[in-house]
Ligand binder design. Sequence first.
Ligand SMILES: [Cu+2]
Length: 186
Amino acid sequence: MKDLILVASTVLLAGCASMVEGPRAMATANLRDAAGRPAGTARLEQVSGGVHIVLEMTGVPPGAHGVHIHAVGKCDPPGFTTAGGHFNPGNRQHGTLNPQGPHAGDLPNITIEADGAGRMETQTDRVTLEDDGTSLFDADGSALVVHAGPDDFTTDPSGGSGARIACGVLVRQEPAAGKPPRGSTY
Ligand SMILES: [Cu+2]
């Protein structure tokens, strides 16, 4: 039994050692609706091969809603036009189904259930949280915007997704020293 415990703890230690990496760039956005009420939170994390994004919303009309990263880190209600157009350093057209697309900031729709809550999780290799040409932390920052209707992933410039109903400025989060990576249980 003692041997078994020794083996088990050795395996655990090896597991920990393999998870020790440099701090990963992280960001969050606290979204508010046009009336200024909290509407949800987005968490972004730089991972190998892209940026992992989790968007959780509450108090939003049910149905599918377009979600994009917009080019300017400003969310002035009620129209949120200060967030600018879609984040598009590659000067493409809108839409992952558009042959001339997509914008770097194009993301999947979020589906909101009857209770007004919804969750969208995705990963994109078209943006980074690092210091490079596709960084979301460029000179004027970036914002996450949710629209009134679904994005058709084709129609330039915003997929026919209608008015902007929620917006959150992306804010850098410094990973706490020694904080275990996402998904770790200890
Ligand atoms: Cu948009």
